[in-house]
Design a protein around this ligand. Structure first.
Ligand code: FES
Ligand SMILES: [Fe+2]
Length: 449
């Protein structure tokens, strides 16, 4: 009798090809970009109206008539699911005399219309003006069916509702290239938002995106990470894509070879992961170089039994950090059990403030409704929409690691404001920041939309 080996697991995973390096400018990134009203005005007129942005999660509006609003700059965007199940995005502006139509961040029409609080004009869930008081009193003809809500391109991807204020915007999927192709395997549309925190920060929105475009700060802002990831730039891959989006691949599941700390610290930091995956780290106590691959193999072995479908993931995705920054203001930090989703929204009137969002999207194992998130160190439930926590930096927590980032942006913004700041002086490993600012400049050069 012969024994046959089990069929090899077919893994697709995210392609790891290195993108060609773009030519970058050498223009100084000066402090005025972060605090002057003039620069913020240019961003508001030439940058944000041209980019795809996220208004919310699709599962916030499951029924016809359900809606969410999102405020960007001086605009409020109203996204609503119509009777035909199509999600549409409109400017949240009454077409009578300009009153903001809807004030709630989320709600449901429950079979009715949007009714303006000022003079009662009523708009349906596809934006049509259905009724006005004294319809026969308009010398220029009835506005009904004519003065409808102003619609803009919108779409959904990965369970997010997207909109773009540019009527000639390229399709979302094209805009997302190649990030959507890379991240489709995570099936984020099945993930549930289990943490939703918004910090009102005293820093410009670009402090946030700059920060997530580099890992140079890890040893100083997050010293504990040294024990569990190979953060040195020589071990990481940085890809800068033509579309303006970037990514960083950083090995996890153990320290870097340069790590000179105690082994105990690594074992303690990864203890929950080891326990969840029934993994014995003892054989790696003396030499930790094999730990990462062994952990990958164990996750592969037990994934199905633990309720996960890892068939779309490569081995590296089971331990490493796949961090994508989406131009201009979003980051996706992918984990095997979910995604840390980060966004900075400029303040509508003050460039020295912004709203920073941290969402954790949890991939619940099959059949599980209560789950201990290894990434968030917290129990989460699939059944309830998570409560939205908002507050100033220090009042609400985004989790320990991100809180460390938030704390530094405050003091960085203060320094950028100083007349003693001469513009940055960055190492090569921070080139995603320069790429980000070059791409902002390309948009500003186009002028107001
Ligand atoms: S402004 Fe909306 S009905 Fe008058
Ligand atoms: Fe950080």
């Amino acid at each position: 009798m012969t024994t046959t080996d089990p069929a090899p697991v077919v893994t697709h995973g995210i392609p790891r090809e290195k993108a060609p390096e773009p030519v970058l400018s050498s223009k100084p990134i000066t402090g005025d970009r972060y605090y002057t009203p003039e620069f913020a005005k240019q961003e508001a007129e030439a940058l944000f109206p041209r980019v795809w942005q996220v208004a919310g999660r699709v599962d916030q509006i499951p029924e016809a008539g359900d809606y969410v609003t999102y405020e960007i700059g001086r605009d409020s965007i109203l996204c609503v699911r119509g009777e035909d199940d199509v999600v549409r995005a409109f400017y949240n502006v009454c077409q009578h005399r300009g009153n903001r139509l809807v004030s709630a961040p989320v709600g449901s029409l429950a079979g009715g219309d949007f009714q303006c609080a000022y003079h009662g004009w009523r708009f349906g869930d596809s934006g049509t003006l259905n009724w006005v008081p004294d319809e026969d009193d308009f010398l220029q003809g009835s506005p009904c069916g004519k003065r409808n809500l102003v619609e803009m391109p919108s779409d959904t991807w990965a369970g997010f509702i997207w909109f773009n204020m540019d009527p000639d915007a390229k399709p979302l999927r094209e805009w997302l290239d190649p990030v959507a192709d890379h991240l489709d395997g995570y099936r984020m549309e099945n993930m549930k938002r289990t943490h939703w925190v918004t910090v009102e920060g005293n820093f410009n929105w670009k402090c946030v995106q700059d920060n997530f475009n580099e890992s140079y700060h890890l040893p100083y802002v997050h010293p504990e990470t040294l024990a569990v990831m190979n953060e040195h730039h020589s071990a990481c891959q940085f890809d800068l894509y033509e579309s303006g989006h970037c990514r960083m691949l950083m090995p996890g599941g153990g320290p870097s070879p340069q790590y000179s700390g105690r082994t105990e610290r690594t074992l303690k930091s990864l203890a929950q992961d080891f326990e969840f995956w029934d993994f014995d780290p003892e054989p790696y106590r003396e030499d930790m170089s094999g730990l990462r691959v062994a952990l990958q193999q164990q996750k592969r072995l037990l994934g199905e039994a633990k309720g996960y479908d890892f068939s779309n993931y490569s081995d590296e995705q089971l331990t490493d950090h796949y961090h994508y920054t989406m131009f201009p203001n979003i980051s996706f930090s992918m984990k095997p059990d979910g995604c840390i989703w980060l966004r900075s929204t400029p303040h509508p009137t003050d460039p020295e403030k912004c709203l920073f969002d941290m969402w954790y999207l949890t991939q619940f194992p099959e059949g599980v409704t209560e789950y201990y998130s290894n990434s968030m160190h917290d129990f989460v439930s699939i059944d309830a929409q998570v409560e939205h926590q908002t507050g100033k930096a220090g009042e609400v927590s985004c989790g320990r690691g991100i809180d460390q980032d938030v704390a530094i942006w405050d003091s960085q913004h203060a320094g950028l404001r100083s007349r003693g700041f001469q513009g940055e002086y960055m190492p090569h490993q921070e080139r995603r920041i320069r790429f980000f600012h070059d791409n902002i400049d390309k948009h500003l050069e186009m002028g107001p939309l």
